[in-house]
Design a protein around this ligand. Structure first.
Ligand SMILES: [Zn+2]
Length: 129
C-alpha cells in the first residue's frame, strides 16, 4: 500500500487521535447530521456548532479508479485502487481501497487503519466488508 506519511496540525489533531484508537471520526451537529471531518459547518443545516462522533466505518463504493505505477525491469508494476465511498452516515470519503482486484459500484466496504511510515499518523483506508 502506498499511503502517507501523514502529519497532523491543530485542525486534524482530534481526527488523528481517533484513527490512533481505531475510530473514523466525523463531524456531527446538534440535530444529528453527519459531515466530513474538514467541515466548518454542518453540510445539511449549516450550523457551526459541530462535535466529533465515531462513524460505524462502513459504506459502499460510489466510484473507483486503478492507478498504475511505472513498470519495473521485470515488467511488473504496482497497482493501487482509489475509491469514493459513501459512508453509511452519508458523507463521501476519498480513500485507498485494498484487497479487491475488481471493485464494483455498490461494493460494501469497511474501514481499516495503517501507520504508513514511522513518522506518520494512523491513516484510514477501506477493504471489502
Ligand atoms: Zn445539521
Amino acid at each position: 500500500m502506498s499511503l502517507g506519511p501523514v502529519s497532523r496540525n491543530d485542525e486534524t489533531a482530534a481526527f488523528f487521535d481517533g484513527t490512533a484508537r481505531g475510530e473514523l471520526l466525523l463531524r456531527t451537529c446538534p440535530s444529528g447530521h453527519w459531515s466530513e471531518p474538514e467541515a466548518a459547518c454542518c453540510t445539511t443545516c449549516g450550523v457551526t456548532d459541530l462535535s466529533w462522533s465515531a462513524s460505524k466505518g462502513t459504506g459502499r463504493v460510489v466510484s473507483w479508479s486503478a492507478v498504475h505505477g511505472r513498470p519495473r525491469d521485470d515488467g511488473s508494476a504496482d497497482r493501487r485502487v482509489i475509491a469514493v465511498v459513501e459512508l453509511d452516515e452519508g458523507p463521501w470519503w476519498w480513500t485507498a481501497l485494498q484487497d479487491v482486484e475488481q471493485p464494483s459500484e455498490g461494493l460494501r466496504v469497511q474501514v481499516a487503519f495503517t501507520v504508513p511510515a514511522e513518522d506518520s499518523e494512523t491513516v484510514p483506508y477501506f477493504v471489502p466488508a
